[in-house]
Design a protein around this ligand. Structure first.
Ligand SMILES: *Cc1c(COP(=O)(O)O)cnc(C)c1O
Length: 361
């Protein structure tokens, strides 16, 4: 019998599949989801608008209506092209596939969103991680040196970063874009919670700049829709690698509906930004917490006492609260935990469980 090891590369087989924790029965604060469901009347209107979708037909392959809605809703510049993905994860995969033969690596400051490295590895493209400084901010000397030395095909900058929540200084980001001989992809997955974007910079002036967004963190994680904005030359080239019909009919129609009711989602994001401020204050006031990283996203990364990360994580889970132990594999993230901002009630439950975890841990 032919085994996977006979045909698949060791670096792929050596990599675990993306792990999703079982959250059944738990307060789910591990995945940066928007905790608010739609009000009942809105849900009813949405279900009504799904009527008549012909499931026997393929979706609109060019996803024209939803693309127009995204362009208008997010102010994608007229001169930019736009490619839709089944979540932004798929767009990262398309980008990496596109540069497979270039002989040039993917570079990103680390720690960051794991899929850049996972998908680079899967695609056989070398990945170079450049450590952030002790405050999880950019180490500019190291970044500029890496750009010069490795001449990346792709530089990924999660802006704000995951799992740290930090928004890098836009001037420094511009400096890196200018110094990067390859493409810079600004991943704005957390744009609804941050005050700054590079979306309006896409265009002829900076041809190597791309901006990636997703609707997942805004409150539509179940629909799986992301987009990449870049100059048309790049979008047309990348479109050759996109699977036909990668955005299904239900998603296309639902996103159009959601944007007709964008105010609801924006109001929810506003509430989460407010609750983020309250949660920071509550965490900073706790003696068992060593630091809370400033966040422009819908989550907070905080550090507990040395060697306590795992026990605090487990204690929270046995109290019914699931967060993410970002420091599980040690390194600079050791003893750091990441909590998604939930509803006020969920945040209270988390804080109470955390008090118990810190006193017993
Ligand atoms: C969550 C996340 C994504 C993935 O988004 P999907 O559209 O759900 O695939 C991409 N980038 C960053 C930085 C993220 O945190």
């Amino acid at each position: 019998m032919t085994l996977p090891a006979d045909l698949m590369r060791p670096e792929v087989l050596g990599q675990p599949a993306y792990a999703v924790a079982d959250a059944v029965g738990l307060v789910k604060l591990d995945a940066m989801e928007n905790p608010y469901p739609w009000p009942g009347a809105l849900e009813a209107a949405w279900l009504e608008c799904l009527r008549g979708i012909e499931l026997n037909r393929y979706p609109d392959a060019a996803a024209q209506e939803v693309t127009a809605v995204l362009r208008a809703g997010h102010g994608i510049p007229e001169s930019a092209g736009c490619l839709l993905g089944n979540g932004s994860d798929e767009l990262i995969q398309i980008l990496i596939t596109a540069v497979q033969g270039s002989g040039r690596p993917v570079v990103a400051p680390i720690p960051t969103f794991v899929m850049y490295e996972v998908l680079a590895r899967a695609g056989g493209v070398p990945f170079v991680g450049v450590p952030l400084d002790a405050d999880f901010d950019l180490d500019m000397d190291a970044m500029l040196q890496a750009l010069a030395e490795h001449r990346p095909a792709l530089l990924f900058l999660a802006y704000p970063n995951n799992p740290t929540g930090r928004l890098y200084d836009p001037g420094r980001v511009r400096e890196m874009i200018a110094a990067n001989p390859g493409v810079t992809v600004i991943d704005e997955a957390y744009a609804p919670f941050s005050g700054h974007s590079f979306l309006d910079q896409i265009g002829e002036a900076i041809p190597g700049l791309m901006v990636m967004r997703t609707l997942s963190k805004l409150g539509l994680a179940g629909l799986r829709l992301g987009y990449l904005a870049a100059v048309p030359e790049w979008i047309e080239a990348l479109n050759r690698l996109r699977l036909p019909y990668n955005v299904n009919s239900l998603t296309q129609r639902s996103v159009v509906f959601a944007f007709e009711h964008a105010r609801e989602l924006e109001a929810q994001a506003g509430r989460l930004r407010e609750q983020r401020g309250e949660l920071v204050e509550a965490l900073v006031a706790k003696s068992g917490i060593r630091r809370v990283i400033p966040s422009d996203a819908n989550f907070l990364l905080f550090q507990v006492g040395e060697g306590q990360g795992q026990s605090v994580f487990e204690s929270l889970r046995s109290s019914g609260v699931l967060i993410k132990h970002s420091g599980a594999s040690g390194g600079t993230l050791a003893d750091h935990l990441r909590v998604t901002i939930g509803t006020p009630a969920e945040n209270r439950t988390f804080l109470e469980a955390l008090d118990r975890a810190l006193t017993t841990g």
